[in-house]
Design a binder for this molecule. Structure first.
Ligand SMILES: NC(=O)c1ccc[n+]([C@@H]2O[C@H](COP(=O)([O-])OP(=O)(O)OC[C@H]3O[C@@H](n4cnc5c(N)ncnc54)[C@H](OP(=O)(O)O)[C@@H]3O)[C@@H](O)[C@H]2O)c1
Length: 285
């Protein structure tokens, strides 16, 4: 029998990006999507897929994890992600968070950035980490970078305001800025202040107005929690690392409940990411 080269992780990732780009503009009920190379065939229908010849567990994980973001969620999604310790911390009290989770979860974050139009973080994450928010662990386009800083506390020296790697937006409360102001290379976008905060729905509406529909909320805990409370997440990805910090900044924090019946028990998918386990909560079908 002739040897057939199976679809490998690099092929799978390239094919995922290709399907994401094509399906974005596809009709409502896409027919089965077929991608073929001389040696392999991938058939995708909704979030299901079939590959000939059989693939490795690593390739299977990539397809299982990311295909739904290209097909069933192709028109847009809002996904929150946090990497936390076994005891539910995302950083020490002083903000040290490198690294709570391992290399596989970091690579996953980069893949989510590549599948997204915009990546959103809170002001405290920028302050502590000065992240680039670009795609470096895989191929793919850099998303628009969005920082929420309602009280306009941030200086202009951070990398996302300087490096020109992708457009950057800073969302501030309308009482802190007028239209057309800038912070380094970033555009300052005033949004209504609702109580103490800016409403996640206003943030998403402004991003949608700019054609940005696939949104990855990358942290920290305060920011992701606000999107969750506002019922603005389609998926919540929590990667749990076998680490006990014992103190520090919390992962999800929601208003208190009286009994466990009121807790959220969403449908889940689980993925092994190296030593870590990612729980993906399906909040909106
Ligand atoms: N392990 C992980 O997955 C992970 C991921 C990201 C970050 N981190 C770490 O987590 C820490 C930061 O997380 P954090 O939970 O303390 O803070 P955060 O979510 O990064 O930032 C919170 C701040 O962002 C602004 N903000 C966010 N959403 C807002 C909204 N809807 N309206 C108004 N303002 C909003 C507020 O700033 P103002 O109060 O100034 O208005 C708020 O205080 C850092 O140490 C970072 O290293 C860990």
């Amino acid at each position: 029998m002739a040897y057939r080269r199976m679809l490998d992780p690099d092929d799978a990732w390239r094919t995922i990006l290709d399907i994401a780009a094509v399906e974005r503009g596809a009709a409502d009920v896409p027919p089965p999507i077929v991608r073929q190379a001389p040696d392999w065939t991938l058939t995708v229908s909704g979030s299901e897929f079939r590959v000939e010849p059989p693939i490795s567990p690593e390739t299977d994980l990539l397809l299982a994890l990311y295909i739904p973001y290209c097909t069933t969620l192709r028109r847009g999604f809002v996904v929150g992600h946090l990497g936390q310790s076994l005891d539910g911390r995302i950083a020490t009290r002083d903000g040290a968070s490198r690294w709570v989770t391992g290399a596989a979860d970091i690579a996953h974050n980069h893949r989510m950035r590549a599948l997204s139009d915009a990546v959103v973080i809170g002001a405290a994450t920028l302050l502590h980490d000065d992240p680039q928010l670009t795609v470096r662990c895989c191929t793919g386009r850099n998303p628009v970078r969005v920082v929420i800083d309602s009280n306009r506390t941030l200086a202009d020296g951070y990398r996302v305001f300087r490096d020109g790697a992708a457009p950057s937006l800073v969302f501030v409360a309308a009482d802190k800025a007028g239209e057309g102001e800038r912070l380094g290379a970033a555009e300052i976008v005033p949004l209504p202040r609702r109580g103490e905060t800016i409403a996640p729905r206003d943030i998403l509406a402004e991003l949608a107005r700019r054609g940005l529909a696939r949104i990855f909320v990358e942290g920290g805990g305060v920011t992701v929690s606000r999107f969750l409370v506002a019922d603005c997440l389609d998926r919540l990805q929590i990667t749990v690392s076998p680490l006990i910090i014992g103190s520090g900044r919390p992962s999800i924090t929601l208003p208190e409940i009286a009994d466990l019946q009121q807790g959220l028990r969403p449908k889940m998918r689980r993925f092994d990411l190296g030593e870590d386990i990612m729980f993906e909560c399906l909040l909106h079908e």
